[in-house]
Structure formats: structure tokens, C-alpha cells
Ligand binder design. Structure first.
Ligand SMILES: Cc1ncc(COP(=O)(O)O)c(C=O)c1O
Ligand SMILES: N[C@@H](CCOP(=O)(O)O)C(=O)O
Length: 463
């Protein structure tokens, strides 16, 4: 399997190099040259597989010759052995049509663990024998940060610099990052939004002077390996609900378009999916883009679902590339226009290509709270992000079963859940002392100079 950049100019890479590189050298994102195909028989044969075995089946075609099947199985067993539920990502039924896919049983209580536990092990595997230190730079609106830090804290030869928007993540999310005091973990609160942080991370990769000094890598979903690991749970859930004989829909609370792009990848690989329902909060650029073709970013509005307070969705570029005819040069021009004006129109091919797979919805604060109360009446306490997905799922125009991706544990957003439902969810016992732990982080202005200066003073150069 080889990977190509969405902007057409970067070299084709294999899985190991794509995992270590993160962003492509032309500023694009890596995608597989072709989607592996699973027949109805292949999918039916997954019916009795454990999560780990499903993961091996689904991911093996993506890793090419860089990992043997036995090595991949060993890494998956290690990564998913840290989850607190035997099924790793269990399904819970809410009513005759609605299901929750619980993705929050990993160490940091969000869906990010599913991919990042594996990515941490992949880094370790691919760096064995290398003397060049790895400098991971990442941006988080709350959940990627703690999951990535958990995956690499204390690992030899790796430093992680994680940028979060100051005051715009929940207190639990912040503390999950800033109380990890391992010397290779560097948290930075920037005085700006998640979009500012994400733009800075991309600029670091594109700045030859900076990226030439360090072996940079990414833990955000710009890194293909993140999405590859997320494809697995779409197969795992759909098979349990009758695939390939029955089509299901997935409602996905969406910010950076990574999670739902993984669902799109599953559909392209042959999984029968009725609809992928993109659910946004009031930061609704993706809903506008998919429903009208208007991809224009405004100012980010802080909400009770802070991890989705995003206006510039990295992975949307992957979709535009794939449904728009895989024309790297044309997409590079389109994206350059967007980077200058923060606005663009989807082409007809992109709009109609996307419409074959996606529906979308914008969920406001009142509908989000109502969904939390409805789930509580059905016996499930859900977090604000999941509630946005569920609100969209309940009003979606689909005929089959709908699986809402439950992307975070409710206790990560205790205040918002309590406000909506009247009761406060509690953190699992292993986080009992989270509020007593010492915190460590730097606060910096949201400028490239300030952040790269801080990193350059602490990261280990290539040598
Ligand atoms: C809890 C939660 N739900 C949903 C999302 C949105 O996922 P994505 O950015 O992959 O669209 C995020 C952030 O990524 C998140 O942390
Ligand atoms: N919501 C995310 C934002 C970063 O998304 P990613 O999937 O690209 O890492 C977060 O919680 O940090």
C-alpha cells in the first residue's frame, strides 16, 4: 500500500513513513492510493471476531510490508488491552432505532484513545534502533491532547508539545493533560482558538527552517494512522447490527472531520452504510458546506461541546480530494484560495460526490440539552458531544438503525451534563485525585514565533 498527498506534489510513501511524517511535504494530507476492498463474504466473516481480530482484518491492507500480521496483532492486543471494557467499543441500545457506540472506555475517556494508543506503539516500533529523537507537535481542543500525552508520556526518544486554546477546554480535559509531569511532555496554553493552534502546527511542518531542525511528527488526525485505526469500529459496530445484510447509518459529532472520514473510508472499502450523518454544533461550517457548498469559516463560538469548537476542519480536504476526482493540482489551488480568504465553494463534483454518502445537521444548545435529557430518560448519561450526534440521529431522514458515536465520557464535561440533566456524572476511580494533582503548562501568545521559539528551546534537534 502506498499513500499519496491530496496536493499532488509530495513523494508517495509507504505506511511507516506516512506514520512518522504526519503532514505531507507539500502541505497536503496523505490518503491511500486506492481503498482496500472487502466483499460481503469478507464482512460476514467478521461476525464472531473480537475487537482485536477485527482490527487486524481491517488494518492489515493499510500497513503493507511495514508490519507483519503477527506484529499488527501484537500491537492491537497491547493497545486495546488497556481499555476498561472487554468489547473495547461496546454498543448500547437506546430504543427501536437508536444505538450508542461507546468509544470512551480507553485510558483518557474519549474516542481518541482508540487510535492514539495504537499510534504510540507504532511510533515506538518504527523508531526502534533509530537515534534521531522524534518531536511531536499537536493541537487540541481538549481530547486529542490527553490521549496523545497518555500514549507517549515517558517514552524514550520522543518529546511531545501540545497546544490547547487557553480557557476553552473543560477543567477535566485541561487537568488530564497538564498534570502529566513526565519530562518529555510539554503543554502550551495559547491565547487563541483551536483553529489558531492547528494552523500553527501545520505551519511548523511547512516552515523549512523549523522542520529541517527536528524530526517532526503529528498526533492529530492529519496523521493517516489515526484515521486508519478509527475505521475499525465502524466495521465492528455494523457487523453486530447485521452487516453486510443490513445497512446502518452513523451519526458522528464532528469537528475536524477525522472521525466521520474514517466512516467514509469504511464505506469506500465496502461496508454497507446508509448515511453518515455529520452533526455539528453552532460552529457549523461543515453543515453549510455539505448542505449548500459554502465552506466559509467565521469566528469560533465557544460552546458546551468545546472539542467541536472548530471552523477549519483538516480532514475535509481528504474528502474533497477523494470525491472531487483526486486532482491534486486543482485541490492545491482551491485550498490555497481558502487559506487566503477563509472561504471557498465546493465544486459540483465535490458536492454531489459527498451527497452520495453524507447528510448533515446543526444542533444548537437547546437541542443538545434535550438530547442529554432524552438519553438520561433511556438510562444513559451522555456527554455534550455525543448529545449533538444523538440529536442529529433522532431527526435524520433514514430508514435503518442509527448508531451515534459516543465520543467522550460524560464526566469529562460534568458541569454541562449537570446543567442539562440535573445530575453530575462522576469520574472513574482512577481519576479520583485529578483535582489535587500538580499542573504544569506554559502560556504563550498565539504567534508562530512565540511557539516555535519555545519548542526550539526544549526539543532535541535531529543531530
Ligand atoms: C468528544 C469529541 N467528540 C467529537 C469530536 C469531533 O471529532 P472529529 O474532530 O474527528 O470530527 C472531538 C474532537 O475531535 C471530540 O473530542
Ligand atoms: N477535537 C479534537 C481536535 C483535534 O482533532 P484531531 O482529531 O485532528 O486530533 C481534540 O479533542 O483535540
Amino acid at each position: 500500500m502506498r499513500y499519496q498527498s491530496t496536493r499532488g506534489q509530495a513523494p508517495l510513501l509507504g505506511f511507516r513513513d506516512v506514520t512518522l511524517a504526519g503532514l505531507a511535504s507539500d502541505g497536503g494530507l496523505y490518503v491511500p492510493e486506492a481503498w482496500p476492498q472487502f466483499s460481503a463474504d469478507d464482512i460476514a466473516a467478521m461476525a464472531d471476531l473480537s475487537y482485536v481480530e477485527t482490527a487486524v482484518r481491517v488494518m492489515l491492507p493499510f500497513v503493507g510490508e511495514d508490519l507483519s500480521e503477527a506484529e499488527l496483532r501484537e500491537l492491537c492486543a497491547q493497545a486495546y488491552g488497556r481499555f476498561a471494557h472487554a468489547a473495547v467499543t461496546p454498543l448500547t441500545q437506546l430504543d427501536h432505532r437508536n444505538w450508542l457506540l461507546e468509544l470512551f472506555h480507553g485510558p483518557t475517556l474519549a474516542f481518541k484513545d482508540v487510535a492514539l494508543q495504537l499510534l504510540g506503539l507504532l511510533f515506538e516500533k518504527f523508531l526502534t534502533g533509530s537515534t534521531t529523537p522524534l518531536t511531536i507537535v499537536g493541537a487540541t481542543s481538549g481530547d486529542t491532547g490527553s490521549a496523545a500525552i497518555d500514549a507517549v508520556a515517558g517514552r524514550h526518544g520522543v518529546d511531545i508539545f501540545m497546544l490547547h486554546p487557553k480557557g476553552r477546554v473543560s477543567e477535566v480535559q485541561r487537568r488530564q493533560m497538564t498534570t502529566v509531569l513526565a519530562p518529555n511532555v510539554h503543554n502550551i496554553a495559547i491565547e487563541g482558538s483551536f483553529d489558531d493552534a492547528q494552523a500553527m502546527v501545520k505551519a511548523m511542518f511547512n516552515d523549512a527552517a523549523f522542520s529541517g531542525r527536528f524530526q517532526l511528527s503529528a498526533v492529530n488526525s492529519i496523521n493517516w494512522a489515526r484515521l486508519m485505526a478509527q475505521i475499525v469500529y465502524y466495521f465492528y459496530a455494523a457487523v453486530r447490527l447485521g452487516a453486510p445484510g443490513r445497512k446502518v447509518s452513523f451519526a458522528v459529532p464532528t469537528g475536524n472531520f477525522g472521525d466521520v472520514f474514517a466512516g467514509y473510508a469504511a464505506a469506500r472499502m465496502g461496508l454497507p452504510v446508509e448515511r453518515l450523518i455529520v452533526a455539528t454544533n453552532v460552529n457549523d461550517i461543515l453543515h453549510r458546506a455539505l448542505s449548500t457548498g459554502d465552506y466559509s469559516a467565521g469566528t469560533v463560538t465557544p460552546t458546551a461541546a468545546p472539542s467541536m469548537d472548530i471552523q477549519v476542519s483538516s480532514n475535509f480536504e481528504r474528502l474533497l480530494f477523494d470525491v472531487g476526482g483526486r486532482d491534486g493540482a486543482a485541490l492545491a489551488e482551491q485550498m490555497r484560495g481558502f487559506e487566503t480568504s477563509k472561504a471557498m465553494r465546493l465544486t459540483n463534483a465535490q458536492l454531489t460526490g459527498a451527497a452520495r454518502y453524507f447528510a448533515s445537521d446543526r444542533v444548537d444548545a437547546a437541542d443538545m440539552s434535550q438530547a442529554m435529557r432524552w438519553a438520561a430518560d433511556s438510562g444513559e448519561v451522555i456527554d455534550p458531544h455525543t448529545a449533538i450526534g444523538l440529536a442529529a440521529a433522532r431527526r435524520a431522514d433514514v430508514t435503518g438503525q442509527v448508531v451515534t458515536l459516543a465520543t467522550a465520557h460524560a464526566a469529562k464535561f460534568g458541569t454541562a451534563v449537570e446543567r442539562a440533566t440535573g445530575s453530575r456524572p462522576i469520574l472513574p476511580p482512577r481519576l479520583d485525585d485529578l483535582f489535587d494533582r500538580e499542573e504544569r503548562y506554559a502560556t504563550l501568545p498565539a504567534t508562530f514565533e512565540a511557539v516555535t521559539g519555545y519548542i526550539a528551546g526544549r526539543a532535541q534537534p535531529k543531530g
